[in-house]
Design a protein around this ligand. Structure first.
Ligand code: FAD
Ligand code: 2HG
Ligand code: ZN
Length: 476
């Protein structure tokens, strides 16, 4: 095995001196977005081609150095930054951002892993197509990271998670080989579907270097409404009505609790947030229509009238222009940023059958309020997918760092016990990373964990990719 000392010159020879970073401010690569953990890398390496990635992996394998694949470093679970040992290499894919092909006839686009999601959306729109994945982090997250985490976002109710949007992958394996699976085929039952092993594997099985993704025709009309609802039960009832009335036109359905909206008003006072003062929850919903604006608007109005009659909407506004629609979505998308401004927080990215969410929240709210007086609940998320961000902010005036240090475990225990009782998931869309690794061990069945470890061992026998993330390093 080559000593790591010989590794850096080898890496410089592969990607060029300027793209092996060992000095200067590496915060953007070493500190996670939530500022939960600061790591220290052996180096940050920035390849520009699949061949370079393969050579970097081979060099690291020979030196026994582990690799943390990284895209935009917007992940929520401390999975894309190195640990504190100074021995792990950050492999940043952001220079690999080319669009390799757009096949309008096949409704597919093939793009390199480091392409920023928003750039991908823009390229597609310019060519007359929709790439529907949409997250508030889209200005900096990458398609490789989206695939690595199987990201969800705000259009899942209609288009599915990133997994559903992917038709093929190109991956560099732990042996430094390139698996070229960029077929663009919608049907291919030739054995195990390897693509699905790598999607959602959080950089623990291989480095995704490119992907072929599905495109959709651009809808003729996209309308957004913002509604006040008297309760979470009412929000679920509205969702049912929206499915019935809009059918496949329902492309977004997000819920926002009053305190979440108060944080937006507090930290972004320039934003105008309707209805929040008088309503426990608000909902933002979107109708995409392939006929016309008029058709979409009349459908939407029919829905909202029916909802008001049924008592599940108390007030509503439908955006009159794209600018207004963007402003309404911006309110929703600002919640994680407002929470970050408010201070360190505990996140619960949970999913539960939609029909059981109101009951779950009532129980969780009561249990937390009793056990942790003054606790502030920031409850919002992708209700259309049964996915809540049931987050927790320290009581007003308390030191957030101290609160997390002392109470994160007990708070999690209350929430996750209820999630288990409701047959839910402790990670709906953000993944496991290192923050939830121990929770995974507790909440996943031994059989499932055993199968996961077998897959890890088969694909990455020397535990080179993202060790200690998702699965404990010692167990495979
Ligand atoms: P990174 O953070 O760099 O990496 C994430 C994981 O993927 C790591 O484990 C990493 O090792 C792995 N990885 C990265 N690139 C590759 C690659 N090329 N090959 C293999 N593995 C790789 N997430 C949602 O699901 N829905 C949301 O609505 C959402 N909203 C967000 C809003 C904000 C404001 C922020 C800050 C984050 C949000 N996220 C959301 C979380 C985050 O943006 C997503 O997880 C996103 O998919 C991460 O992409 P990234 O490029 O930043 O990946
Ligand atoms: C969102 O939906 C993201 O806004 C972030 O998934 C969620 O900050 C969070 O908890
Ligand atoms: Zn989310």
């Amino acid at each position: 095995m080559n000593p790591p000392a010989a590794l850096l010159p080898a890496l410089r020879a592969i990607v060029g001196d300027a793209h092996v970073l060992t000095e200067g401010d590496l915060t953007g690569y070493e500190l996670d977005w939530r500022k939960r953990e600061r790591g220290k890398s052996l180096a940050v390496v920035r390849p520009t081609s699949t061949a370079q990635v393969a050579q970097v992996v081979q060099a690291c394998a020979a030196a026994g150095v582990s690799i943390v694949p990284q895209g935009g470093n917007t992940g929520m679970v401390v999975g894309s930054t190195p640990d504190a040992s100074g021995t792990q290499l950050v492999l940043s894919l952001t220079r690999m951002n080319a669009v390799r092909a757009l096949d309008g006839g096949n409704l597919t686009i093939t793009v390199e892993a480091g392409c920023v999601l928003q750039s991908l959306q823009e390229v597609c729109e310019k060519a007359g197509f929709l790439f529907p994945l949409s997250l508030a982090s889209e200005g900096s997250c990458t398609i490789g990271g989206n695939l690595g985490t199987n990201a969800g976002g705000t259009q899942v109710v209609r288009y599915g998670n990133t997994r559903e949007l992917c038709l093929g992958l190109e991956v560099v394996t732990a042996q430094g080989e390139v698996w070229s699976g960029l077929t663009g085929l919608r049907k291919d039952n030739t054995g195990y579907d390897l693509r699905h092993l790598f999607i959602g594997s959080e950089g623990t099985l291989g480095v995704i270097t490119a992907a072929t993704m599905k495109l959709y025709p651009l809808p003729k009309s996209q309308l957004t409404a913002f509604a006040a609802v008297p309760s979470l039960e009412a929000a679920v009832q509205l969702l049912g009505l929206a499915h019935q009335t809009l059918s496949a036109g329902l492309t977004g359905f997000e819920v926002m609790g009053q305190f979440a909206l108060k944080l937006v008003v507090k930290h972004f006072p320039q934003q105008r947030v309707p209805f929040y003062e008088s309503s426990p929850y608000c909902v933002v919903l979107e109708n995409s229509d392939n006929e016309s604006d008029e058709h979409a608007r009349s459908q939407f109005e029919r829905l909202l009238e029916a909802a008001m009659e049924a008592g599940c909407v108390s007030d509503a506004v439908v955006a009159e222009s794209m600018a207004q629609a963007r402003a309404l979505w911006h309110i929703r998308e600002s919640i994680p940023l407002a929470q970050a401004q408010e201070g360190l927080n505990i996140k619960h990215d949970i999913s539960i059958a939609v029909s059981r969410i109101p009951e779950f929240v009532a129980k969780a709210d009561a249990a937390l309020a009793q056990a942790f007086p003054g606790i502030r609940l920031v409850n919002y998320g992708h209700l259309g997918d049964g996915n809540l961000h049931y987050n927790v902010q320290a009581p007003d005036g308390q030191d957030a760092e101290k609160f997390l240090r002392e109470q994160e475990g007990p708070v999690n225990a209350v929430v996750y016990a209820l999630v288990d009782a409701y047959n839910g998931s402790i990670s709906a869309e953000h993944g496991i990373g290192s923050l939830k690794r121990e929770k995974l061990e507790k909440h996943k069945s031994p059989v499932a964990l055993g199968l996961m470890r077998s897959i890890k061992t088969a694909l990455d026998p020397h535990n080179m990719f993202n060790p200690g993330r998702m699965l404990a390093a010692r167990n495979h």
